[in-house]
Design a protein around this ligand. Structure first.
Ligand code: TRP
Length: 495
């Protein structure tokens, strides 16, 4: 955990695994299982990154906690709204992945209550309703400053703070731009360099805007004369030399221009986003609270969303709860691992094209594993290797007889993790053999999953019945929560 995470844990948003009590005693004195809710955007089939980050733990948690799993199809549309056709197939693929990894689903039967409830977000209307109500107590600042949405916005080309968008589409006059580029720009762009891509146009527009509204005291700060401030601003600024002179002379103006450009860029990025995308964390707060989940098993990137959920729950409780607590403040449960892509990229992701899918065939997997980067300094087989920097070794650490019951059961004739490291360091094993060992382990892990998947592939209507049953339970929970919230908000005219 880095420093930032530790502070987050201290703020209460992240549960410490060691402190976890899986049960609590309710008002009637019954000991009940705590509830967890987690979810996935349904934008395609799931990969090993999802598996080590979350799915593996879900399988473990499903017998310990009362489990809800949300297929976040509306959230998927916040980034894929132009391509809704992916939804149907993705929902089916993700559901098959769930069955494959061994989630034991609630199917609606009376002895099924404690099983994992798989809920389809778009079909729980209370989630949409709560999103609107939570929006009422959500300050814009939290939404705008959310680091996860900002990073995602950039990933999906919606612009973030450092987006190359200029303040406006308008271009100032060409002579001025050329002059600034040729004379002043090298000095200015160094000073502005951390703003990302800016150009003369950004600088001119921002300085103009500032100088236009300049008053006498500001004129002095900008080292301009009183007369300049008194003159009709626009006329004054159309004089090229004046603008350049002021920019060059005044540190204060440059500082103000800089903040203005930051503001412009930020607005430009946000302007390209949809309202739905910007607001999806609020909707995620509804995802979590519609079942009043206590714990949310997620990756670290999701912690800002859990913090927002807690903030919303606190505000709702304080504003409308009186002495009653209407919503539970959930905690993130960060037990998952992250795994690099086989291309060595820090993240495995579909968009980077470096993912190994749970549904990949052995041939697919081998062709990916075969090409994976190992220690670049290990050129020949008898060069000693450095497992700590090798992607394949990182996979050996994640997938082995200790972490995976399926691998243990297969009783493969492959070295254990420490042995693998030792053999690599002493050039006792070549990279190709080491990769073959990994492929053998992945096969052992995935084979039983493939079996379950193919069984469900033959019974898609049965699979859909599971989603319907889980969604039905979701609606019961969601309606009860929406009812409670609306009553607390005095939106209960007929009661
Ligand atoms: N935002 C999550 C992700 O991108 C998916 C998600 C949607 C989720 N709703 C949720 C996760 C509720 C946990 C709880 O992975």
């Amino acid at each position: 955990m880095d420093e930032q995470q530790r502070t987050k844990a201290d703020s209460g948003a992240v549960a410490r695994e060691a402190d976890l009590e899986p049960t609590y005693t309710d008002k009637a004195g019954n000991v009940v299982k705590k509830r967890i809710l987690t979810g996935d955007r349904t934008t395609g089939k799931l990969h090993l990154g999802h598996y080590v980050g979350s799915l593996r733990n879900r399988v473990k948690y499903q017998s310990i906690y009362d489990t809800f799993i949300l297929m976040a199809d509306v959230q998927a549309l916040t980034t894929h709204w132009e391509n809704p056709k992916i939804l149907k197939e993705s929902v089916r693929e993700v559901a098959l992945d769930y069955m494959a990894v061994g989630l034991d689903p609630y199917t609606g039967g009376p002895d099924d209550q404690t099983k994992a409830k798989i809920v389809v977000q778009s079909h729980v209307s209370a989630i949409a309703e709560l999103t609107v109500l939570y929006g009422l107590v959500t300050p814009m600042s939290i939404v705008l400053d959310n680091p996860t949405t900002k990073a995602e916005a950039q990933q999906y080309g919606m612009g973030g703070e450092a987006a190359p968008a200029g303040p406006t589409e308008e271009k100032t006059d060409v002579t001025l731009i050329t002059y600034i580029e040729e004379s002043t720009i090298p000095q200015l762009t160094t000073e502005f360099s951390e703003l990302g891509e800016i150009d003369a146009n950004d600088i001119v527009l921002a300085s103009r805007e500032l100088l236009k509204t300049m008053d006498v005291s500001q004129a002095q700060e900008y080292q301009q004369t009183k007369a300049a401030a008194g003159r009709a601003a626009e006329a004054a600024l159309d004089e090229l030399s004046e603008l350049i002179y002021t920019l060059e002379q005044s540190k204060t103006l440059r500082k103000d221009v800089r903040s203005l450009i930051i503001r412009h860029k930020r607005t430009a990025g946000i302007r390209q986003m949809t309202y739905g995308f910007l607001g999806y964390p609020v909707s995620q707060a509804a995802d979590i609270t519609f079942v009043n989940a206590h714990l949310v098993p997620v990756g670290e990137d999701q912690v800002p969303h859990i913090e927002l959920t807690r903030e919303i729950a606190r505000r709702m409780n304080k504003q409308y709860g009186g002495r009653r607590r209407i919503l539970v403040e959930p905690q993130a449960l960060i037990g998952g691992a992250t795994i690099k892509g086989l291309d060595g990229n820090a993240k495995m992701s579909k968009s980077l094209g470096n993912a190994v899918y749970l549904s990949d065939s052995d041939q697919d997997i081998w062709s990916k594993v075969k090409k994976a980067v190992t220690d670049p300094q290990r050129v020949r087989k008898d060069d000693p290797g450095r497992p700590e920097i090798c992607t394949i070794f990182a996979y050996h650490q994640q997938f082995n007889a200790t972490t995976e019951p399926n691998i243990a059961a297969a009783d493969l004739n492959v070295p254990a993790v420490e042995e693998t490291a030792q053999m690599c360091r002493t050039a006792g094993i070549g990279c190709v053999e080491c990769k073959q060992n990994l492929a053998a382990k992945l096969k052992a892990m995935l084979d039983p999953m493939r079996e379950r998947r193919s069984k469900w592939e033959k019974d898609i209507p049965g699979l859909m019945d599971i989603l319907k049953a889980g969604t039905g339970r979701g609606n019961e929970e969601g309606n009860a929560t929406a009812d409670r919230v609306k009553t607390a908000m005095h939106v209960d005219y007929w009661k």
